[in-house]
Design a protein around this ligand. Structure first.
Ligand SMILES: [Fe+2]
Ligand SMILES: [Fe+2]
Length: 379
């Protein structure tokens, strides 16, 4: 029987791990064909900035050049409207009535599987193939079992594990005028530039001017981390992105050049940029959302009684993937397992580290650690 894989997604844009994943799936499942299906409007991602289907198809063609089994299907794009997986599966079942179908999905999508439209039609007509992602803090065993039992599903797994790349990261790097090396195929990157896709807005342009390339890369990682943790922190995506983008805006600014900016004496130099950053956000960028201003203002020290957004930016800054201080892995794990307690643990570990390092510890850092010790932190 002919074996056909189906890989749906927004591909906004297609990134290197998509290609890797497809290659692994073809090999491990022994597929004769893999159909890649860009979505018209994903029911899970409505409201995101998605570029026109024509661009996404062109980029897919460039990215999969040379992978012979791959076929790019415009089925969902041409159909228009909201694309539901069960309809796509039925379409291909109809097209290839004698084939065995394999539907590729991220294991983190299993959680919402019961809320998909007609999940039983999907599992009746296709095998589910799970791929996983590092640092998702996601244990899929129980869910896999539940989906198997509930829908009589055949659930398989391939050995591919996604690491750091994501379409969100690709868009963020591009908006911060950074190369997409290791995230997108070079041909795809050139196509993005040529067609001016995912172009930066004025705030991204402002931040790009204020920061070095290295700091912009860190900022991109903070944005990507904050977006991953949004849901567990209970924060709106757009707010998380903006606050993360702005958090280090004053990192290289000289406070003396801002005559209206005052800071009390004795604030350690490593802390000043959070206060100056909040000043710049308010007075130059004219951002009036107090929560965003405060997320910038306390991202280094924390403070007692922080809002969800403040906690999110503090944590994303501390544990983003390029941070490599001793113990960071443990903090990442704690935060991805349980945001609230992971935050409390992180605040206290940071305070302990600063105290032992002999550096001056700013009072807000101490106040913050003490505040979250009683509430959430179990020594
Ligand atoms: Fe900072
Ligand atoms: Fe930072």
């Amino acid at each position: 029987m002919v074996k056909i894989g189906i890989f749906g997604g927004t591909f906004n844009p297609v990134q290197l791990e998509h290609v890797e994943m497809v290659k692994v799936a073809i090999k491990e499942l022994n597929l004769d064909k893999m159909v890649v299906v860009p979505t018209f409007v994903s029911p899970h991602k409505q409201g995101e900035e998605v570029v026109n289907g024509k661009y996404r198809v062109d980029m897919l063609k460039l990215a999969f050049e040379g992978v012979n089994q791959v076929e790019i299907s415009s089925y969902e794009l041409e159909k228009g409207g909201v694309s539901y997986t069960y309809e796509t599966i039925l379409y291909f079942k109809n097209l290839y009535p004698n084939a065995e179908l394999f539907y590729l999905m991220g294991s983190d999508m299993l959680e919402n599987f019961p809320t998909w439209k007609n999940p039983e039609i999907i599992t009746k007509n296709a095998n589910l193939v799970l791929t996983s992602r590092l640092g998702g803090g996601f244990d899929d065993n129980a869910l896999t079992l539940a989906v198997k039992n509930l829908y009589n599903a055949n659930v398989l797994k391939i050995s591919f594990v996604g690491k750091m790349a994501s379409s969100t990261l690709a868009r963020t790097l591009r908006k911060l005028s950074l190369p997409l090396t290791n995230v997108c195929d070079e041909k795809v990157y050139n196509y993005i530039l040529k067609n001016n896709l995912y172009a930066p807005d004025s705030v991204y342009e402002f931040v790009t001017k204020m920061l070095t390339e290295k700091r912009r890369y860190h900022t991109a990682m903070v944005i990507a981390t904050a977006l991953k943790l949004c849901k567990s922190a209970g924060v709106d995506k757009k707010k998380a992105e903006l606050a993360a983008l702005l958090h280090d805006v004053a990192k290289y600014q000289n406070a003396e050049l801002y005559p209206e900016f005052f800071v009390e004496k004795g604030v350690p130099s490593s802390v000043i940029h959070q206060f100056l950053g909040a000043h710049i956000v308010k007075t130059i960028l004219k951002i009036t959302d107090v929560d965003i201003v405060n997320a910038v203002k306390y991202h280094t020290t924390g403070r007692p009684n922080m809002s969800n957004l403040e906690k999110l930016i503090f944590i994303a800054d501390l544990i983003e993937p390029t941070r490599n201080f001793t113990g960071v892995e443990k903090l990442r794990e704690a935060v991805f397992n349980n945001f609230e307690s992971g935050f409390a643990i992180s605040v206290n570990e940071l305070y302990k580290y600063l105290k032992n390092s002999g550096e001056t510890v700013y009072h807000l850092t101490k106040d913050c650690a003490e505040f979250y010790k009683g509430e959430n932190y179990d020594k």
